[in-house]
Write a protein that binds this ligand. Sequence first.
Ligand SMILES: *[C@@H]1O[C@H](CO)[C@@H](O)[C@H](O)[C@H]1NC(C)=O
Length: 270
Amino acid sequence: MGVSSNNGVLVMILMVVTLALSTITSVNGGNFNQDFEVTFGDNRVKKFYRGQVLTLSLDKVSGSGFKSKRAYLFGRIDMQVKLVAGNSAGTVTAYYLSSEGQTHDEIDFEFLGNVTGQPYTLHTNVFTKGKGGREQQFHLWFDPTLKFLVDNTPIRVFKNHEAKGVPFPKSQPMKIYSSLWNADQWATQGGRVKTDWNKAPFTAYYRNFNVNPNHAAAVSAYTESKWQNQQLNAWSRRRLRWVQKYFMIYNYCTDVQRFPRGVPSECKMI
Ligand SMILES: *[C@@H]1O[C@H](CO)[C@@H](O)[C@H](O)[C@H]1NC(C)=O
């Protein structure tokens, strides 16, 4: 999956690549040894192939997580993630970008596990200046436990409506975070299905991390203006509409029960 952030639109992209772990030969940009550090879970975070592959695991005692050492602003971030396979009910694999502090910006992907044969739910959110509440949820058009895939499909876009008073995440550099943890109180089918600890440890795989530009401080005025002027192309707009039509299962912008006095203002802006 990837995240493209620019002044005009913020695009959340999903990707899958059908390659076996054993075929990894090239170092493409990032390296888990150099670029990331463990946030929790100690030796539940493992690195292989000289830092080209990382795994997180979850057992009854603890989950695990990592974060980037550097912070990023503008650009594209790619990470291939293979989620917990089989009965992943109660597990959550979170992958997000976040700055720090009370008025932080944050872009979230959370993959909520399910029983074998039932679909993962991808839960997304966008925080700007500390305010979130912008959830959209999706089912996926591929099995995220079988493939590292993908296809550059945008799944949501957050446009820059700063001129109309909606903050946009363009000035606070964000680090990349990921974690695997247990949330069987609420995650799967509303909390009705619990984690089957007989299946532990649960494992998620990461590889082919790449980020460009590779550092917030490395963003030149030229790069910034390039991102500011970039728009979705016709293919991406069509894919986005396809995802919204067939795979979106929740959208805060249409939840009138939650917002009886009107949905947030950016929902009405084009
Ligand atoms: C799990 O499967 C059920 C039934 O297909 C579906 O309604 C739900 O959205 C899926 N995801 C989660 C996280 O429960």
